[in-house]
Design a protein around this ligand. Structure first.
Ligand SMILES: [Fe+2]
Ligand SMILES: [Fe+2]
Length: 226
């Protein structure tokens, strides 16, 4: 919405004659009516569960997503501890900042819906940081290889959730789907950033990538359940 307002604002500056009224009408419809519509819903992202089964499905999804974003934050923290003052520091910080937003959103969703986070957060705290720092010790290419591996796993995970929700009831989960799609796009960007910054030139890249992705799969499996 902010982006929309600034775009419309720019329109007012460019064409002061005829378009101004139209612009304000658009503003009214998009922003004012839009917010009225969204505030008439009793929930922000997750609809109240229909039954126990749906509640469990949704909680499992949110729990693992939260765990993933938490782990991603710790990985970037580990990378920054090693490479923060290097030339790659700003780039890593940029990706980390996006992960902070992702995590904040899932923190909010978990709290609103009283979803219990995984009991393994202390483990992901340590393991994430260790993974980030140890790959960063291999140099910039190591950190980027780790980013490619992890972000590819997270994107695939989000994609499979999107498929599952679409199969269930796309109307019902519109808001959640929007959140997940937006985050999935960010993770794809991180993945591409890793490739653009020489991830593949790390000696043993494929071996490291496969090992990390195996770890991600295991982490996803247990974080849904524990
Ligand atoms: Fe993320
Ligand atoms: Fe990411």
């Amino acid at each position: 919405k902010t982006r929309l307002i600034s775009r419309l604002g720019a329109g007012v500056n460019r064409d002061k004659t005829g378009a101004r009224r139209l612009t304000y009408e658009c503003l009214y419809h998009n922003v004012f009516l839009g917010s009225l519509q969204s505030s008439s819903r009793a929930y922000s992202v997750i609809p109240p569960p229909r039954d126990r089964e749906e509640q469990e499905m949704v909680h499992r999804m949110l729990r693992v997503d939260h765990a993933g974003e938490y782990g991603a934050n710790r990985i970037y923290a580990g990378q920054m501890a090693v490479l923060g003052r290097s030339r790659t520091g700003a780039l890593i910080q940029q990706m980390w900042d996006q992960e902070k937003k992702h995590l904040a959103k899932f923190n909010e969703i978990l709290a609103e819906n009283r979803v219990r986070p995984t009991a393994l957060l202390p483990l992901w705290n340590l393991a994430g940081f260790a993974l980030g720092a140890s790959t960063a010790l291999l140099g910039k290419e190591g950190a980027m290889a780790c980013t490619v591996a992890v972000e590819e796993s997270i994107s695939e995970h989000y994609n499979s959730q999107i498929r599952a929700l679409m199969e269930q009831d796309p109307e019902r989960y519109t808001e959640l789907l929007e959140v997940i799609k937006e985050f999935r796009d960010d993770e794809m960007d991180h993945h591409d950033t890793g490739l653009e910054h020489d991830a593949e030139s790390l000696p043993g890249y494929w071996l490291l990538k496969n090992a990390i992705q195996l770890g991600c799969k295991a982490a996803i499996y247990v974080s849904q359940r524990v």
